[in-house]
Structures are given as C-alpha cells and as structure tokens.
Design a protein around this ligand. Structure first.
Ligand code: SF4
Ligand code: SF4
Ligand code: SF4
Length: 192
C-alpha cells in the first residue's frame, strides 16, 4: 500500500543505488541547511504517479515554479533489469537499438546508456539535463521493472519549498504528498 511507504533521508537516498548527476552530492550539505527549518516538504509518491497518462505533457515538467522543474527522474538500480531493450530509454518500435536521438524517449538526451556485458546495459540519469517530463518513467512503468521514477529534489538548486506546491494543485493523480523534512524522499525498492 502507498501509505506504508516510508520516507527516507538524504543519506539513505544517496546510499540505495539511486544514481544521477552529482547534483545531490554537490548541493547536499547546503541543501540540508537550506531546508533544515522545514518540518515537512512536498514529495511525489511514486506509487500514485500515473505519469499524467493521457495528457500531452506531464504536469511535473510544466507546473513547477522552477524552470526547469525541481522534479527529476531518479533510477533505482537495485531493481533495474539492465535490459538491452529498455522501454524507458527507447521509443516503442525504435529504428535500431542504438543511442540515436530518433530512437530515444528522452527529449533532452538525459539518459546515458552504457554497455556492461551481453546482454546488459546500464542507464544513468544526468539530472542536469532532466526536465521531469516522465516519458522514460512511463515507458519503464508500463513495460519494464518500474525502476525509473520521479522525485522532487530537495536542495538549494531545486525545490524552493513553496507553501502551496503548484504541481500538487495540477497533478491529476493527487500524487504529491507531504513527508518529513528530515526524510524527504520516497524511493522504490520493489518491482512494480
Ligand atoms: S525522459 Fe523526461 S523524465 Fe526521463 S530523464 Fe528524460 S527529461 Fe527526465
Ligand atoms: S514546492 Fe514549488 S519549487 Fe517545489 S516542486 Fe512544488 S512548485 Fe516546484
Ligand atoms: S503531475 Fe502527478 S501524475 Fe503527473 S507526472 Fe507529476 S506526480 Fe505524476
């Protein structure tokens, strides 16, 4: 059940195989200071998020007061299948399984695909490029393990802790919830 998901601290978030650019690490210490006053903060419940299915654009990308959005994709590598045909990375029916932009879900090229060993590939999000559009999340959720998901990033450079989160107002799935400021992330640890 969604309500049973336990928020995790920044330290736990960084230690659970969730990877991306070094934004969290670089902004971490200052971010903790910046949000130390916040008793609770806004966060996305990844079990409730529907990736704005049916809408032309995910509201996480368009409704945030920050540009680009404070919402970023994160990747739970512990539950990723390291698939050669990653449905988060590739569009349905790609021309070829290569990194050509015409084959990718991501409009900004934020997902780095690296060959590990046949038939496994690793997918790492460059958070500096991610705009929170949820396209990769939808592909992974619909056809993969569901290891890609969205989170509001809490540090100096991202969420400004609005009193009323504009995404919470716009979200069609009521997926934006309040979590403790000391444990601001809701991570995925099991397959969808
Ligand atoms: S597809 Fe969208 S949510 Fe996924 S990494 Fe690219 S910009 Fe971020
Ligand atoms: S609280 Fe404000 S800055 Fe943070 S995610 Fe919501 S709209 Fe964006
Ligand atoms: S607005 Fe809500 S349903 Fe849409 S991508 Fe964000 S959390 Fe998911």
């Amino acid at each position: 059940m969604t309500d049973e998901k336990q928020p995790v601290s920044r330290r736990e978030f960084l230690g659970m195989g969730l990877r991306g650019a070094g934004v969290l690490v670089a902004g971490g210490a200052l971010g903790v200071l910046a949000h130390a006053h916040a008793t609770t903060v806004w966060q996305i419940d990844p079990e409730k998020c529907t990736q704005c299915a049916g809408l032309p654009e995910a509201r996480c990308a368009t409704a945030c007061v920050k540009t680009p959005s404070a919402v970023k994709c994160v990747h739970a590598h512990a539950i990723c299948g390291y698939c050669k045909l990653c449905t988060g990375f590739f569009l349905p029916q790609p021309n070829d399984l290569n990194t050509g932009a015409e084959n990718q879900q991501c409009p900004t090229g934020a997902i780095k695909r690296t060959y590990i060993e046949d038939p496994y590939y690793e997918y790492v999000i460059d958070r500096n490029l991610c705009i929170g559009c949820a396209k990769c999340v939808k592909g992974c959720t619909d056809f993969g393990n569901g290891s890609l998901f969205l989170q509001i990033i809490h540090d100096r450079d991202h969420c400004t802790e609005c009193n009323a989160c504009a995404i919470a107002v716009a979200c069609p799935a009521q997926a934006i919830v309040r979590v403790p400021g000391t444990a601001p992330y809701l991570i995925k640890t099991s397959f969808k």
